[in-house]
Design a protein around this ligand. Structure first.
Ligand code: AVJ
Length: 318
């Protein structure tokens, strides 16, 4: 995969899939760009900042669940598996799981190569005896994992309710792809955010400090930088809404006035109030989550939640 921009700030080639998704997304009605494109270097940094916000309960809640379940998890998973993380890994959750399940290797998979290599370095320093094998790839499709772990049983790790970014149909396809990638005897440890009061959900995606707004609007800056765009940053407002019918938080970039701009030489116009839908964050009740896992080819083995029932962690087997 081509890297968007190096640490030196030099412009380099843009991922052709980013260009295709942005142009198609701006042409479609309603306009929508897949959330995966948030995570350039700056976007990944802003997301890390979101996880520390007082309103954003998922990260600290899931981390606490993982810490609490460690002894039970170890019994259920056994030791010596290769832990395959879908996403480049967080500085807090990943070490909790790695120290708990005594893995033979750690394989983080991510499309953001820069961030992947950096977080891998940090982890390798913390676990000097553990082979860390970063794998730059799009995990939405079945993958051939590094040969070094071909024979080892796998524990897939998909924390953070990242699955919530997908519609249930796409989530089901992803779970099936993971099952294929992870192979015989695999297990999956997955976090899913629960349905709860809108007054808790919305502030988690529209925080007082404006970090989530900056995360959303960073997509405009990325488009302008990488796709030669002229989108007026000051004309877009961050919106987070709870779609109760579809059990999801939606993030949008709303035009605050009539605007015209170009991206990659193509002209676009948006009327005041029109939005670009940039993210879905689906929430799952207990039965919803188990049905999703089964539909995706996984059998739930155990389920844990925090005392307030905000977030849930599932262990499933292929
Ligand atoms: C990384 C997809 C789990 O949906 O909560 C956080 C992304 N977006 N705040 C989520 C996100 C805005 C996050 N996931």
């Amino acid at each position: 995969m081509l890297k968007p921009e190096g640490e030196d700030g030099l412009r380099s080639l843009t991922d052709p899939a980013f260009r295709a998704d942005v142009l198609a997304g701006l042409e479609r009605r309603p306009r929508a760009i897949p959330a995966r494109w948030f995570y350039d270097r700056r976007g990944s940094e802003l997301f890390e900042a979101i996880t520390d916000l007082p309103e954003y309960y998922p990260t600290r809640t899931e981390t606490a669940i993982l810490e609490t379940i460690c002894p039970t998890l170890r019994d259920l998973v056994g030791s010596g598996r290769a832990v395959v993380e879908f996403g480049s890994g967080s500085s807090t959750k990943t070490p909790v799981v790695l120290s708990c399940v005594d893995p033979c290797a750690y394989v983080p998979i991510d499309i953001s190569g820069d961030f992947l290599r950096e977080s891998s370095r940090v982890l390798a320093a913390r676990f000097p005896d553990l082979p860390v094998l970063p794998f730059e790839a799009d995990f939405l499709k079945p993958l051939t994992l590094p040969a070094a772990v071909a024979e080892q049983p796998k524990l897939g790790f998909f924390p953070g309710s990242t699955i919530g970014n997908m519609t249930p149909a796409m989530a089901c396809d992803l779970l099936r792809a993971m099952r294929e990638s992870l192979g015989q005897g695999a297990m999956l440890l997955i976090g899913m955010d629960r349905i709860k009061d809108e007054r808790v959900l919305v502030p988690a995606y529209d925080d007082a400090a404006g970090v989530t707004a900056a995360f959303n609007r960073n997509l405009i800056e990325r488009i302008n930088r990488e796709l030669d765009g002229t989108m007026p940053l000051d004309a877009f407002r961050h919106r987070a809404i709870w779609n109760d019918d579809r059990a999801r938080i939606e993030m949008h970039l709303e035009a605050v006035r009539d605007i015209a701009f170009t991206v990659d030489g193509r002209a676009f116009a948006m009327a005041a109030g029109e939005t670009i839908h940039t993210e879905n964050s689906h929430k799952y009740g207990p039965r919803d989550a188990r049905i999703l896992l089964r539909t995706g080819g996984w059998t739930p083995v155990a389920e844990w939640t925090d005392p307030d029932g905000l977030f849930a962690v599932y262990l499933a087997e292929a």
